[in-house]
Design a binder for this molecule. Structure first.
Ligand SMILES: Cc1ncc(COP(=O)(O)O)c(C=O)c1O
Length: 360
């Protein structure tokens, strides 16, 4: 099998799993319990908090563990009490809660990037809160968040960034980005699913979404997923210490993949000219539906994604590509390859041969 769907999820790191297992087997205490097993669990969570904080260069006291990127994003948007604005290319877990708050949508250009003029126009409408993702899960496009946040902060506007896809692939520093909130997810960095975090600026008072036992300093109630949090911490530690080597490996494979794809006359690589993640390639084969390619590749043991969501009434083109001005017909051709440092050149070349065998 060739697994090229690492933006959907990653295979858990064996070293992470080893770290987690004792917290499922013998050290199963509830971190809120005062006895020894409880104290062991509590201190393990605090170690993980330090490890996650170190990865994104933030104080550990400003990290709230959540059930994943989805909850972190929902919690972030919950902060807005006035006019909320989000970009047109956000993940559904930002777009959906934002639509319930009648959010204003910030447009992107043909490369999938937000322009400074668009932000200047947005400021005229006086939003209280703006959410713009750091890297897009479909195209891999990286937004100039530092510049955008500086522009918005000058007007006292709170900025949140969904860094779920960026973390572990490029350096991410909460303090350097200048944002007030940032979301993370464990399973995108070789940790377990169902675990994430929201990082927040200490000037903000966080209004919890979940009320109950007052865990996470009253910011997120619910008994902590101790094993997953411990794993998240360990995954964060490796994501930090191995970032350079992982980045170099992903980039090498990415360049090989794209240089080979570009030799094929019917292939278009989307957002090719924008700064992108070192692992993500969204491409289309002229007049061939991405969904068909995906299913054909699956039969041949290759796991990729199409750039579109399957709705019961048929395949919908990706809103991300539509926002970039791509026609619905072309958007429906999209196929996403998202690599890992664990993939190999041989896999990339085998993938290219399979694509060629489709008559491209
Ligand atoms: C950009 C982005 N944000 C948020 C999420 C949601 O994260 P989780 O799966 O941890 O809820 C994803 C997952 O696909 C994502 O790609």
């Amino acid at each position: 099998m060739i697994y090229f769907d690492n933006n959907a999820t990653t295979q858990i790191d064996e070293r992470v799993l080893e770290e987690m297992l004792p917290f499922l087997k013998t050290m199963y205490g509830n971190p809120s319990s005062v006895h020894r097993l409880g104290r062991i669990a509590k201190s393990a969570i605090e170690i993980a908090r330090e490890q996650v904080a170190a990865l994104i260069d933030a104080p550990s006291s400003q990290i709230i563990f959540t059930s994943g990127g989805t909850e972190a994003n929902n919690l972030a948007l919950h902060h807005s009490n006035g006019l909320l604005a989000i970009s047109a290319i956000e993940h559904p877990c930002v777009a959906e809660p934002a639509s319930r708050k009648n959010a204003q949508i910030i447009s992107v250009n043909a490369d999938g990037l937000i322009e400074p003029e668009t932000i200047a126009e947005l400021i005229q409408n006086r939003p209280d809160f703006v959410s713009i993702m750091l890297a897009n899960n479909e195209t891999g496009v990286i937004q100039p968040i530092t510049e955008i946040a500086a522009q918005l902060n000058e007007h006292g506007i709170v900025v949140h960034t969904d860094a779920v896809q960026a973390v572990g692939k490029i350096p991410v520093s909460f303090s350097k980005l200048g944002v007030q909130m940032l979301s993370l997810s464990s399973h995108k960095i070789y940790g377990a699913k169902g675990c994430g975090a929201l990082v927040f600026d200490k000037s903000l008072s966080i209004q919890p979404l979940l009320l109950g036992g007052g865990q996470e300093q009253n910011r997120r109630s619910g008994t902590e997923n101790v094993a997953a949090i411990v794993g998240f911490g360990k995954a964060a530690e490796f994501a930090k210490s191995e970032l350079e080597t992982r980045h170099a490996k992903m980039l090498e494979l990415h360049l090989l993949l794209e240089s080979e794809l570009e030799k094929l006359p019917r292939v278009t690589i989307f957002a090719k000219n924008a700064p992108r993640l070192p692992n993500t390639t969204l491409f289309g084969i002229d007049k061939i539906e991405g969904e068909w390619v995906l299913l054909t590749l699956d039969q041949k043991g290759v796991c990729v994604s199409s750039g579109s969501a399957c709705a019961s009434e048929g395949q919908e083109p990706s809103p991300v590509l539509l926002a970039m001005g791509i026609s619905p017909e072309q958007a429906k051709t999209a196929i996403r390859v998202s690599l890992s440092h664990r993939n190999t050149q041989a896999e990339v070349l085998q993938f290219i041969e399979i694509i060629k065998s489709l008559g491209v």
